[in-house]
Write a protein that binds this ligand. Structure first.
Ligand code: MN
Length: 227
């Protein structure tokens, strides 16, 4: 058998310091996973079980550029740690979850906040706000066998040299093992799935020309220019 059109290119993230690639199967993103960010979005962080949405694998971009998207006047940054899975399954136990992690990176969950807000008001899905082209600028990945599993450490984002988001990985309401375990009760996680693990408080709008510099202790830095 052959394809009737050329198959789409396999989405992938580079591996830092190598010529190797991590093939990306799906992108799960957790919502409101840092208490201060949940509050700034108008929610009580203590009452809510986790929820997830998805971006498309081909929304990833690793060349340091974020083209301002169409159809919006309010695009927000959300700095997040990325977890990349080398294996998966269903009903993964929390204590087994980290065995499935290949490594870590840093990403921006870029959001058309005005379209997301409209979708929320109308009870509609979030794709228009979250899963658009180039909406996931990201770094190369680092293997857990080199850096371990980051559980604490600063996560921050500067815009044009000014600190806008600050938090610590230990402020996650659902930690990485908890997220993996929870997602695996609803979906069959697979090798190549990645998880964007939520953003600390301080999200805000960007304009063309802005320079974003994100950081996660133990993982590194992500620098992105809005074009
Ligand atoms: Mn997010």
């Amino acid at each position: 058998m052959s394809y009737v059109i050329d198959p789409p290119k396999q989405a992938a993230l580079p591996i830092k310091g190598t010529d190797k690639l991590f093939p990306v199967h799906r992108i799960y993103c957790i919502g409101r996973n840092y208490a201060d960010h949940a509050r700034e979005m108008g929610h009580d962080p203590n009452k809510e079980p986790p929820f997830f949405f998805q971006k498309n694998p081909n929304n990833l971009r690793t060349d340091g550029l974020f083209p301002y998207p169409p159809g919006t006047k309010d695009v927000h940054f959300e700095i997040e740690m990325i977890v990349a899975l080398k294996s998966g399954g269903t009903n993964i136990k929390t204590e087994d979850a980290l065995k499935h992690v290949w490594g870590y990176g840093i990403g921006l969950d870029m959001t058309r906040r005005d379209l997301q807000g409209k979708a929320k008001d109308l009870g509609r899905p979030w794709e228009v706000g979250k899963a658009f082209e180039h909406s996931a600028p990201a770094t190369a990945l680092l293997p857990a066998e080199k850096i371990g599993h980051p559980e604490t450490g600063a996560i921050w984002l500067d815009v044009n040299g000014k600190r806008r988001q600050t938090g610590d990985l230990n402020q996650m309401i659902w930690d990485v093992p908890g997220q993996i375990a929870y997602i695996s009760t609803l979906f069959e996680l697979r090798a190549g799935d990645i998880i964007m693990t939520g953003t600390p408080a301080g999200v805000g709008a960007i304009v063309k020309g802005d320079k974003l510099h994100g950081h996660v202790d133990g993982v590194g830095d992500l620098e992105v220019t809005v074009v």
